[in-house]
Design a protein around this ligand. Structure first.
Ligand code: GLA
Length: 387
């Protein structure tokens, strides 16, 4: 974060609230390297926090009023702590205010804390599948954890962010995004078991291997509070019930023949994606450790194919991004995040980044699609107070 950005957030706070902020806290966006839709199936994910982040400037008040403002709108939303509930907040303010409410659900005594003023800024693109919402939630969670003296473990803050997303925003999402945003570390990804909550930080080694991770934001926006995401979740639950297991995590590739005989054709393909994706996460972590990042490309490719054909959450723009990036020299590429739009990632040798960008831009122009936004991301530290 440059001095200029810090100053603009602090002056944004001052302009809205006519006083100085007490501090700045950030929460990064994320890319998921591999492990899609496995989180709410108790499975494995392997995301990392990126060097794009939401920042919250915040100062406690002496009364019980919460006021939130942001650089994306002129609106200042105001509510009393005594009125805070999933029913009383909506719109963008549901993210920070939802976190305040969810902290109470996780044991913070909201009758004993004071209100706050908060101003939010972010350079995580909205609707791009990079978890702009989790970035705001996690920045707010670490800020309130500190100013309200809660001392919550980061794993509890993950659940707080998820609860805000599920109950207040209304999206039935898992713990992937908040885990990446809170547990991420520089140049490393987080290998997370979403059942036990055990996590391991695994160095990526992209720099040493001369690799970059290129994000291709297709500009096709998505919303997980409606439509396909919830449908896929329901299919997974149906598949698990018909297979007689608590969650799809309990199945392995050895169960596929039985699944094929028990399940209808569509549910079978949904289930096959989850089973094979869990295996691909485990394989990716092993290959990364044994052979380095240049060797994981085919696993990323296989993940995309599975999401396109079995889980059916890709769109034509994502498929084109992935295919044209690979044809121009990316070692592997896949859509990342919930799907139905958003971004693809392409693991690309440093020297080929301009060629890959050009090839993707040309392919989109020829297809008559809106020009994508492309940028390289780095694995960055998780949510914390800014010095
Ligand atoms: C969204 C959700 C996550 C996860 C991914 C798909 O990002 O917020 O919980 O389910 O989709 O892997």
């Amino acid at each position: 974060m440059t001095d200029h950005q810090t100053q603009s957030i602090l002056s944004g706070f001052r302009a809205r609230f006519d006083r100085a902020a007490d501090g700045l806290w950030f929460g990064p966006g994320r890319v998921n390297l591999i492990g899609e839709h496995t989180d709410y199936n108790d499975g494995f994910v392997f995301p990392f926090a990126i060097n794009r982040r939401a920042v919250v400037a915040l100062a406690p008040r002496s009364d019980r009023i919460l006021r939130v403002a942001s650089s994306f709108t002129d609106e200042v939303v105001e509510i009393s702590l005594d009125e805070l509930s999933p029913e009383t907040v909506s719109g963008w303010s549901a993210y920070p205010l939802g976190v305040a409410w969810a902290l109470g659900e996780h044991g913070a005594d909201l009758s004993a804390v004071t209100g706050f003023d908060a101003f939010i800024d972010s350079d995580v693109p909205i609707g791009a599948g990079l978890s702009s919402s989790a970035a705001i939630e996690c920045a707010t969670a670490v800020a309130l954890d500190e100013v309200w003296n809660l001392g919550f473990d980061k794993r509890v803050l993950v659940r707080v962010g998820q609860l805000a997303e599920n109950r207040v925003v209304g999206a039935p999402t898992g713990i992937l995004d908040q885990s990446a945003s809170l547990l991420g570390q520089t140049d490393a990804a987080v290998f997370l078991d979403c059942r036990s909550f055990e996590s391991e930080v695994v160095p990526l080694g992209f720099d040493d291997a001369g690799l970059e991770l290129l994000v291709i934001d297709t500009k096709v926006t998505h919303a997980h509070a409606t439509g396909g995401y919830a449908d896929r979740r329901a299919s997974c639950e149906k598949g698990a019930a018909l297979m007689g297991v608590g969650s799809l995590r309990d199945l392995t590739v050895d169960d596929l023949p039985r699944a094929a005989s028990v399940l209808d054709e569509e549910t079978f393909r949904r289930v096959r994606h989850i089973i094979t994706e869990n295996q691909r996460v485990i394989d990716t972590v092993r290959v990364l450790r044994e052979d380095g990042p240049s060797a994981i490309g085919s696993l990323l490719d296989a993940s995309h194919t599975s999401m396109r054909d079995d889980f059916e959450i890709s769109v034509a723009e994502l498929d084109l991004a992935v295919e044209s990036a690979r044809a121009a020299g990316a070692l592997g590429a896949r859509m990342t995040g919930g799907g139905f739009g958003g971004s693809a990632i392409a693991l690309t040798p440093h020297a080929l980044i301009p060629a890959v960008q050009q090839a993707v831009a040309n392919a989109f122009a020829s297809a008559g699609y809106t020009a994508p936004d492309m940028f390289v991301v780095r694995a960055a530290a998780g949510a914390a107070r800014l010095p």
